[in-house]
Design a protein around this ligand. Structure first.
Ligand SMILES: Cc1cc2nc3c(=O)[nH]c(=O)nc-3n(C[C@H](O)[C@H](O)[C@H](O)COP(=O)(O)OP(=O)(O)OC[C@H]3O[C@@H](n4cnc5c(N)ncnc54)[C@H](O)[C@@H]3O)c2cc1C
Length: 379
């Protein structure tokens, strides 16, 4: 076994084991330890297992996961500027295959095609959409389109439609994949403590498990990881209401005034969300609920009932590029994180990239490879 090097923040006495005592404590050998079972940890473990690697995923439960608060929307056009999604031509066909493969395993249809119907807030917004539909985005934007649920909403400035978009059924995917991992004895319900980990150039050991590498997929918590806390995270909090809206068609996404109504379960809809960069906790707020209910009352003609309210922290980054790869100084520690508001599309795509990188040494896309932060991470 190579020499065991201490982690920078770990207490020194952790490294005073005699080699034989230390080896005796090691009960299990795996290829990769994965910290977190949100979208990143789920997809990374899925692709690694599919490729024949052994994994152990460590996650205490999905309560704080951003993935459990997400609507599952995959929209090819995003933001006020109606920008096309990054690498959409490559990522979209890949997502179909990936969600279908996971869906076969979990016996559910995990990706559904939906229209995104947008109600404009003013004439300028309508004109901008109309221009994009007529020029650069004619394949995806439809101005003044026919909306089956139009009667359910007020429409002072008209509407447009984005097609095709998708929803990923995260409420099936995450618990379903967790059950698979538990059945395969590949999930440990625990909090991973980075200060209790032992590392050397070729392996890590934690809690009686030795692995070739540990990969941090802990979402917003990665910003506290002593090995990765220098990466430029720009965490933000998002809130969502779960709202019963009897009579509203549940086969489309509806948007107005920064609020999205997405299908969830029967007549229950996901209604969100906010982007708060100055949050002090991860709790739901009265302010968000009041604002969202106010917009719903103004826009929706149907009665509704709020049945739940959640908040979670998005693992967003300063440049909006995700983080993937192995630590330049500690090659037995890696990360897959920073998917911001786009985990449903980026997590599967980047998890496959990282799987190929770990198992076959293929290059990661420069926009996501953390070697771009070699100097920052050396500080
Ligand atoms: C309100 C809201 C709406 C969203 N809507 C969408 C959407 O419609 N479409 C979209 O693409 N994206 C959406 N997102 C973004 C999406 O949720 C994220 O990009 C994605 O879920 C991040 O996944 P992750 O696996 O990195 O992190 P998470 O989902 O947060 O998972 C991290 C996991 O790590 C575990 N963990 C943390 N620390 C430890 C530790 N020390 N030891 C062990 N386990 C640990 C946690 O328990 C958690 O389960 C939304 C986000 C929010 C907040």
């Amino acid at each position: 076994m190579p020499d065991t090097k201490p982690n920078p923040n770990a207490p020194q006495h952790r490294f005073s084991f005699r080699r034989s005592t230390f080896d005796d404590l090691l009960k299990m050998q795996t290829d990769y330890l994965i910290v977190g079972q949100g979208l990143c940890g789920s997809w990374l473990s899925f692709f690694l297992i599919q490729a024949g690697a052994r994994v152990m995923v460590v996650d205490p439960g999905l309560k704080s996961a951003a993935s459990m608060a997400a609507a599952g929307v995959i929209n090819p056009i995003t933001g006020k500027r109606l920008a096309r999604q990054w690498m959409a031509d490559t990522i979209a066909p890949f997502l179909h295959e990936a969600y279908a493969a996971m869906g076969r395993l979990l016996d559910d249809d995990l990706l559904r095609e939906v229209d995104v119907h947008t109600w404009f807030m003013n004439h300028e917004e309508a004109a901008f959409f109309e221009n994009k539909a007529a020029t650069t985005h004619g394949d995806l934007l439809y101005f003044d389109s026919l909306i089956p649920a139009a009667e359910s909403f007020e429409s002072p400035f008209g509407t447009g439609t984005i097609r095709p978009a998708y929803t990923a059924r995260l409420q099936t995917l995450l618990p379903g994949w967790r059950r698979q991992l538990i059945r395969s004895e590949a999930l440990m319900e625990a909090d991973f403590d980075w200060n209790e980990m032992l590392i050397d150039a070729e392996s890590v050991s934690w809690n009686g498990i030795r692995a070739k590498a540990v990969i941090d997929c802990s979402g917003a918590a990665a910003a506290e990881n002593p090995y990765f806390n220098k990466l430029p995270f720009a965490l933000n909090k998002g809130e969502v209401l779960f709202v019963r809206i009897p009579g509203l068609q549940n086969d489309a996404i509806y948007k107005y005034a920064h609020l999205t109504i997405a299908p969830w379960d029967g007549d229950v809809f996901w209604v969100g969300s906010s982007f708060d960069w100055n949050f002090t906790d991860a709790l739901p707020t009265v302010a968000f609920r009041q604002k969202a209910e106010g917009i719903l009352r103004q826009w929706l003609k149907l009665p509704f009932e709020v049945i739940d309210h959640k908040a979670a922290i998005r693992p967003a980054t300063v440049t909006r590029d995700a983080f993937a790869g192995l630590h330049p100084q500690y090659p037995a520690i890696g990360i897959l994180d920073g998917t911001g508001a786009k985990g449903c599309s980026l997590a599967p795509f980047l998890a496959k990239q990282l799987t190929d990188h770990l198992l076959h040494g293929t290059s990661l896309l420069p926009q996501v490879d953390i070697v771009r932060f070699v100097r920052t991470l050396a500080r």
